[in-house]
Design a binder for this molecule. Structure first.
Ligand code: NOJ
Length: 556
């Protein structure tokens, strides 16, 4: 297997709006990020994935871009950006930009032109269709509720938006659109950025004719998935992007690919680097989905999680590269979802989850605050939410009598994206040291105890544990390049696997339960040494007793 810097890296995701506010307007900004680069350096990460900082009317917090080559005013300006990039590079930290090109904002110049007339030169940049039988061109629902089509009076036609109606989908079948996107990417790479995380990139190519999607009996809309996800030309377009842009630079690229299977992933993230370096799979997150999609209180069943991760680890071996993540700005906090966020177990389970993830094969991603064991947020009422998905879902499900309001509140508290978007907790000062003003979204009240300052001062904190995980990766090639093998796939409490690289071998044992578990480990490990663990006094033996949420990494 070829050695690559992006295989050996650890990526840290920054959600700029909530990371650090430098000017007291309650909104995180670029100067705020620059001021925290030393913190990231100390943690030891190699690459920052920067959620969008481009000009945007913020219908979807920057994932609706109105100018790809300008910085959102609330975040600063291009000078601030250049300064941050240089300061990051000085510290050996790379910057990966978010590339949101399935759609633009409806306030983007291209769309403003496009909607003016049927023969406007920008018309075909977007996906316009006539009404069908006096209504929307097909039955697709959008990800944020309602139809995926918006009627536009000016030309008496509909445009497609898979997300909000302020996020019209670009028409990737138009080669002029592809040229525009490739030129814009080149402009950023020439500026010195180091790569791209590509938003919903598996959805850019749509099946011609845009046929109706399957619809459940009681559902309001049909599913666009079969016509959109891993669509007919997605791999052609990404190969073209590789040839036209990426092949000319040394980049890190990751595709956000909902609906991706392992069979598709080996095309997107093939070792020959003909498309991207890696993808984010969604199968692990879909495991607690139910009748109403993500809105429920379901818990992920450990054998199912192991089956998914095992499939990704083994199927991609020798063919493609994995990304490893528990959290991001679209997911609730992992310690609340998969661990245990009560006082007694929060740190233990956060460290256990980190061990389990970082010891697998792939490039690990840390979402801001995960390294502190930040938790979900107790939201008391709807007016505390800011996320368009949460607000629209509440409305759609409660107003149509599908979910009772009090149940929907519980589901939002458990799964809303806003759980990940409250301000980074820097210290126990007012507003967690995030802002001197009023934060744009409420801060989690537990900042007085869970914050970076406290974590950095205390030897056995989650922060220092992440630091150790990252530095181990730099010392032990087996962590990066070793092959993965799952043991005890059916066990409901223990996640145990090995990694093997040349003469080196690791055994990773993670107890996902709040109970002690007796365990016999394979003989070859009984004289192994402990490389890392989340309890101080762990010992290796043929028969072991794993304590609540214990994690141990044993080296042979
Ligand atoms: C995926 C992004 O991660 C999410 O935050 C956003 O709402 C959608 N794509 C639309 O861009």
């Amino acid at each position: 297997m070829e050695r690559k810097w992006w295989k050996e890296s650890v990526v840290y995701q920054i959600y700029p709006r909530s990371f650090m506010d430098s000017n007291g307007d309650g909104i995180g900004d670029i100067k705020g990020i620059t001021s925290k680069l030393d913190y990231l350096k100390e943690l030891g990460i190699d690459v920052i994935w920067l959620s969008p900082v481009y000009q945007s009317p913020n219908d979807d917090n920057g994932y609706d871009i109105s100018d790809y080559q300008a910085i959102m005013q609330e975040f600063g300006n291009m000078e601030d950006f250049d300064e941050m990039l240089a300061a990051a590079h000085e510290r050996g930290i790379k910057i990966m930009m978010d590339l949101v090109v399935n759609h633009t904002s409806d306030e983007h110049r291209w769309f403003v032109e496009s909607r003016k007339s049927k023969n406007n030169p920008y018309r075909d940049y977007y996906i316009w269709r006539d009404a069908k039988d006096g209504r929307e061109p097909n039955n697709w629902g959008s990800c944020f509720g309602g139809s995926a089509w918006q009627y536009d009076e000016t030309t008496d036609m509909y445009f497609l938006h898979l997300f909000s109606k302020k996020q019209p989908d670009l028409n990737w079948d138009n080669k002029v659109v592809r040229r525009e996107v490739f030129d814009m990417m080149t402009w950023w790479l020439e500026k010195g950025v180091d790569g791209f995380r590509m938003d919903v990139i598996s959805m850019i190519s749509k099946v011609p004719g845009l046929p109706d999607g399957p619809k459940d009996k009681d559902a309001l809309y049909g599913d666009f998935g079969p016509s959109v996800i891993n669509g007919p030309h997605v791999h052609d377009y990404l190969k073209e992007m590789r040839k036209e842009v990426l092949s000319k630079f040394d980049t890190i690229t990751v595709g956000e690919t909902s609906g991706v299977t392992v069979e598709e992933a080996v095309k997107y993230a093939a070792d020959d680097e003909s498309e991207l370096n890696m993808v984010f799979q969604f199968e692990q997150n879909d495991l607690d989905g139910g009748e109403h999609g993500k809105w429920n209180l379901n818990k992920i069943y450990l054998p199912d999680l192991k089956a998914v991760l095992n499939r990704w680890q083994t199927y991609l071996e020798g063919k493609a590269w994995n990304s490893l993540y528990w959290s991001n700005h679209d997911q609730p906090r992992i310690v609340s979802r998969l661990g245990n966020d009560t006082e007694a177990y929060r740190e233990l389970s956060a460290k256990m989850l980190a061990t389990c993830l970082h010891m697998m094969k792939g490039t690990p991603y840390i979402y801001q605050g995960e390294e502190l064991g930040m938790t979900n947020v107790p939201f008391a009422s709807m007016d505390e939410f800011r996320d368009i998905e949460s607000i629209n879902a509440y409305r759609e499900y409660t107003e149509n009598g599908i979910i009772a309001p009090e149940d929907m509140m519980k589901y939002l508290n458990y799964k809303s994206r806003d759980n990940a978007r409250t301000p980074m907790q820097w210290s126990d000062e007012e507003n967690g040291g995030f802002t001197k003003g009023t934060p744009w979204i409420k801060i989690n009240s537990n900042y007085t105890t869970i914050n970076a300052k406290e974590q950095m001062e205390r030897e056995d904190s989650v922060f220092h544990y992440y630091q150790q995980l990252i530095s181990l990766r730099k010392k032990e090639p087996v962590i990066v390049y070793g092959t993965f093998a799952l043991l005890m796939p059916e066990d409901e409490d223990i996640f145990m696997y090995t990694r093997t690289y040349e003469q080196e071998k690791l055994l990773v044992i993670c107890n996902f339960s709040q109970k002690e578990r007796e365990l016999e480990i394979p003989e070859e490990w009984e004289r192994g040494t402990i490389l890392l663990g989340n309890y101080k006094d762990a010992a290796v033996g043929r028969k072991m007793c794993l304590r609540d949420y214990e994690a141990i990494v044993i080296k042979k």
